[in-house]
Design a protein around this ligand. Structure first.
Ligand code: CO
Length: 299
């Protein structure tokens, strides 16, 4: 939690506020936290959406060329896919899905009751877009949690504060949820080459001197080439001395710096590859749409 002597302090490049979109055909409510409008500003991340759903949720649909990282904030998420995974994830659990060359999956509320999720889209470099599909459950209970002086760091991916999260990466990213008691401070270490975002989940958190409230995201761009300066940097966090603790989700990664073509659920580098993805999906190259039953439960 304490920064190395040579770590450079990070600054905030910009702050954005989530946009509430309201209900649609799939969800009871939706918000866009990171809009996929200019991927060069968010690279290697593409989008972050927050969804509240019961019925129908997100029935069978394909993906190619990206990873989705879904954090369950509340309720129970039922998922299934065409490589045979099916299960339920609870509050705090994370599912890390590598679409690679093609997956067909669904994301529903268990028993059609209620799920509240955050889904981050992480790009894959061109050389990894057609890797094998992969699925990882990163359960809350299986992750390292570092506690010190009113700060808890729950590590999901990469190494933060000396602890390594369980995610296996194609493109290395660091991800953690940091909780701060009122008045607590932390120096959160991030490689200098990473672009980072910090999304405030609850309370208020000062991020590199900028006070953010729940629903706001601070971006911090990569520092100058590590060869010219320290390889490590710190993002200074503080919870104001109020009654409420602060909680922030922080992800960072080195920009991929390749062209981005987004077409619905597919993310490639060229428009022709998006057209090919639709052709392949409709031709059955992703496999058949699964015919799994819903998860059973005791009535
Ligand atoms: Co999906």
């Amino acid at each position: 939690m304490s920064g190395a002597a040579l770590a450079a302090g990070r600054t905030v490049t910009r702050v954005t506020t989530k946009q509430r979109l309201g209900p649609d055909a799939q969800v009871d409510d939706k918000a866009i936290v990171i809009a996929p409008t200019d991927p060069s500003l968010t690279d290697p991340f593409l989008a972050l959406s927050e969804d509240w759903f019961s019925e129908p949720g997100f029935e069978w649909h394909p993906h190619r060329g990206l990873e989705t990282i879904t954090t369950v904030l509340d309720g129970v998420l039922e998922h299934g896919d065409n490589i045979g995974n099916a299960g339920a994830l609870h509050s705090g659990d994370v599912q890390w899905m590598t679409a690679g060359r093609g997956i067909i999956h669904r994301e529903l509320a268990f028993r059609n009751e209620h799920a509240h999720t955050l889904q981050l889209w992480l790009n894959l470099p061109a050389r990894s877009k057609m890797v094998d599909t992969r699925y990882q459950d990163l359960l809350a209970a299986s992750r390292p949690r570092l506690t010190s002086r009113g700060v808890v760091i729950d590590v999901i991916s990469g190494t933060a504060a000396g602890a390594t999260g369980p995610a296996v990466n194609h493109w290395p990213v660091q991800g953690a949820i940091v909780s701060l008691d009122p008045g607590a401070t932390a120096e959160y270490g991030i490689p200098a080459s990473h672009r980072a975002f910090a999304y405030v989940l609850s309370g208020a958190v000062s991020i590199a001197g900028r006070m953010l409230r729940a629903g706001q995201t601070a971006w911090s761009d990569p520092l100058a080439a590590p060869a010219a300066g320290p390889a490590d940097s710190v993002l200074r966090l503080a919870a104001p001395d109020l009654a409420e603790p602060g909680k922030v989700m922080i992800y960072s990664g080195r920009p991929i710096r390749e062209p981005v073509a987004i077409g619905g659920p597919f993310v490639m580098t060229k428009r022709t590859e998006i057209a090919q993805a639709f052709t392949d999906f409709h031709a059955g190259a992703f496999g058949a749409v699964p015919r799994q039953a819903r998860l059973r439960y005791d009535r």
